[in-house]
Design a protein around this ligand. Structure first.
Ligand code: F6P
Length: 356
């Protein structure tokens, strides 16, 4: 069986661990297994490039950050648009899949990667997806690989910010990644003891956030930490879409939600405020032990699905089990934080302000 592997979308910790697990399982348990890595996500398949991934190449990948295959974002909506040569990217991928002689393709990626995977499946390719992202926003799986490592990194960073905030008596706003989902901010914020956590799913009221900052100092705290999801929205902005919101912010001379909020909190409470963006450190580096185990389980399971001839699916976590979903059932859907969930209530009931 000739197996192709590609990694799509933004990278995260655990991608190499999954590649390793697929390879280790396949070379031991699938007859005549031959594995090739396709570089730069779907771009490599569009170009028709691949390189062999031998057993000896993959064993060292266990704890290596990033992706040895490289990743390039290739937007789903561009897949069916004809390029200069008249052919669509989808047509090129289908033809290269055949030319490479692939029997199946593993696509390690997030929601966007899964959408294209579903498209390839609909056209007859045998595809198995694996749920990757620090955002943890893939529909149909309790958790994605890469998420817990990012939580560890973000929680550690917020804890470090707390000590400097304490020294100077400051209010520091820490911007956390996660796109339109608040999972990373919610988990890291709780783990690091943030005073305020602002999520895209719960539009926040600025007065309530300012009151929470004042309350923290009134209680005798020396500092206040506000964990802000990059997609957090002020309640007045909630009706707007992401692009419209960005436009309105620019019109008003605001840069990001974090910077704007830092200014408003400073003006209205008198606190000395600072903002800091955690950024790509949340995606980089070695996977945590949790993610190494999860990635290994997912990789082995996906390879088992291939051995059993089950394609058009994506591996998923359901409670303590590894399972699968049909790609068309989950492609294009997102899993967001439920504002009425137990975790959100837990945060609020121990005194963390969620801005509502
Ligand atoms: O999807 C992962 C993610 O890190 C998001 O949290 C973030 O919004 C986005 O990718 C950043 O994308 P890029 O790598 O294209 O800057």
């Amino acid at each position: 069986m000739k197996i192709g592997i590609l990694t799509g979308g933004g990278d995260c910790a655990g991608l190499n661990t999954v590649i390793r697990a697929i390879g280790l399982y396949a070379y031991r348990n699938i007859k005549n297994a031959e594995i090739v890595g396709i570089p730069d996500g779907y771009s490599g398949l569009i170009r028709g490039e691949s390189r062999p991934l031998k057993e000896g190449d993959i064993d060292a990948l266990l704890g290596q950050g990033g992706t040895v295959l490289g990743s390039v974002r290739t937007p789903f909506k561009m897949m069916t648009v004809p390029e200069e040569d008249g052919q669509t990217r989808l047509e090129k991928m289908l033809s290269n899949y055949k030319k490479m002689g692939l029997d199946c393709l593993f696509t390690l990626g997030g929601a966007g990667t899964h959408r294209t995977a579903a498209l390839l499946c609909a056209e007859g390719c045998r595809v198995i997806g694996l749920p990757k992202t620090i955002d943890n926003d893939i529909y149909g799986t309790d958790v994605t690989f890469g998420f817990h490592t990012a939580v560890d990194v973000a929680a550690d960073a917020i804890g470090r910010v707390r000590t400097t905030a304490d020294s100077h008596g400051r209010t520091i706003l820490v911007e956390v990644m996660g796109n339109k989902a608040g999972w990373l901010t919610l988990h890291a914020g709780i783990a690091a003891g943030a005073d305020v956590i602002l999520l895209p799913e719960i539009p926040f009221n600025i007065e309530k956030v300012c009151a929470a900052v004042q309350a923290a100092y009134a209680k005798g705290k020396r500092s206040c930490i506000v964990a802000v999801a990059e997609g957090a929205v002020v309640d007045a902005e909630a009706p707007y879409k992401k692009k419209e919101r960005a436009f309105v912010r620019v019109e008003r001379g605001e840069t990001t939600v974090t910077n704007h909020l830092a200014e408003v909190i400073g003006e209205s409470t008198g606190a000395e405020t600072r903002g800091t963006v955690l950024g790509y450190i949340q995606r980089g580096g070695s996977p945590s032990a949790y993610d190494r185990v999860l990635s290994t389980r997912l990789g082995r399971y996906a390879a088992l699905l291939a051995k059993e001839g089950r394609f058009g699916v994506t591996a998923a976590v359901n409670g303590s089990e590894i399972t699968f979903n049909a790609l068309p059932d989950i492609a294009g859907k997102y899993k967001l934080v439920d504002p009425d969930s137990e975790l959100v209530h837990t945060a609020e009931e121990i005194g963390i302000c969620l801005g509502r």
